[in-house]
Design a protein around this ligand. Sequence first.
Ligand code: FAD
Length: 379
Amino acid sequence: MINDYDFMLTQDQLDLRNLVQDFAQNVVKPVCRVAERDAIVPEEQVKQAMDMGLHLMTLPEEYGGLGLDHLTNAIIREELSKGDAGFASRVTGFGFAPVQIAGNEWQKQWVADLFLNGGIMAFGLTESTAGSNAAAMTTTARRDGDDYIINGGKTFITNGDCADVITIFAVTDKDKGSKGITAFLLPKDTPGFTVGEHEDKMGIRCVHTNSLFFDDMRLSAKYRLGEEGEGFKIAMKILDDSRPCTAASAVGIAQAALDEALAYSKVREVFGKPICENQAIAFMLADMEIQIQAARRLVWGNCLAADAGVINKRLVAIAKCFASDTAMKVTTDAVQIFGGNGYSKEYPVEKLMRDAKIYQIFEGTNQIQRTIISRDLLR
Ligand SMILES: Cc1cc2nc3c(=O)[nH]c(=O)nc-3n(C[C@H](O)[C@H](O)[C@H](O)COP(=O)(O)OP(=O)(O)OC[C@H]3O[C@@H](n4cnc5c(N)ncnc54)[C@H](O)[C@@H]3O)c2cc1C
C-alpha cells in the first residue's frame, strides 16, 4: 500500500493500522481464502479479532469501548477488508451507531454490555417486497399493553444468524407512510423470532446473510428505539453514518486487487518480458491507483466531516457510490491483468471481484445513491 497521506494520521492511528494490517494479512486472509469456498465463518479468528477489541471500535469509551472516531474506524475497516471483507462485516456488525443515534441510556448500557461480552448488532430493514423502497415494508407492530406484537419478516440480513441484537423496523401506523414506521431493538432469544438458512452468496461468504421471521413476536416497549413513527428517519440516519465505513471496505477490496495485480504483472512474462512493461498494462495499473486514491479521499473526507458533526447526505452517497464502483472496476481489471489465471479460483483476484459486487447493491443500491445525489443537485 502506498501511504502518501500518512502525514494526516496520528501515531496512534498508524500503530493501530499496522496491528490490524498484520492480523488481516497473516491470519484473516489465508483462513478466509479457504473458508469462503464453503461459506464458513471462521469463528476462531472472529474471536481473536474480538479479543483485539475490533468489534468495540464504535462503542464509546464511557461504555467500555474503544470510542474510535469515524476516520480511524474507516482505516481499520479498510485494512480488515483487505484481508477479507465478509470477515470485516462479521466482526464489526453494524456497530453501536443505532443506539448512539436513537437509544436511551438504558438501551445504550444494555447494548454496550452485550458488545463487551463479544456480541454484535445487525440491521434489519429490507423485506422481500421492500428493498430500495424500504418505506413500503409490511412488517407490523401492534401495541398491546407494555408490549408490541410484531408480525412479518426481514430478508438479506447480514449477521442475522449470530447477532445478539438486531435493529428492526415495523409499521405502527399504516396510514402515515414512512412516518408510521417505528424502530426496535430485537434481542436474539425473543419468543416468536426465528432465523432462516443463510443465503448461498456470490461473495462476502465469510459472513452470513439470513431471512428473519416474526410470528406474533412479543417485544417489551422498553426495546422501542426512539418514538413511534421515528423509525424511518432513524434508519436513514444509521445508513448515513455507516455508508462511509462500508465504502472503506470497498476501498480495501480494491487496494487488495491492485496489490495482487501489481505483483503479478512484474513476474508474469509474456513475449519475453514482464507484462507490466506493456503500456496497456501499466496504464491499467495507473488507473486503478487513481481511482483508489480518489475513493479513499472521499471516504476520509466524509469521516472527517462526521467527526466534526457534519453529515452531508450527497457527499455520503458520492463516497459510497464511487468507492463501490471503483472496487468493481479495479477488481475486474485485476482479473484481466491475471489473464486466464485471473478466472481461476487458484488465484486470489476472482474472489475479490465477487466480494466487490455487493458494495454496489447493499446499504442502498448505486442507483438509489445516484437518485439521492441528483435530487440534491436539482433541488
Ligand atoms: C449480501 C447482502 C447483504 C445485505 N445486508 C443487509 C442488511 O444487513 N440489512 C438490510 O436491511 N438489508 C440488507 N441487504 C439488502 C439490500 O440492502 C437490498 O438488497 C438493496 O437495498 C436492494 O433492494 P432489493 O434487493 O429489493 O432490490 P430492488 O429494490 O428490487 O431493486 C432492483 C433493481 O432496481 C433498481 N431500482 C429500484 N428502484 C429504482 C429507482 N427508483 N430508480 C432506479 N433504479 C431503481 C435497483 O437499484 C436495483 O438495481 C443485503 C443484501 C445482500 C444481497
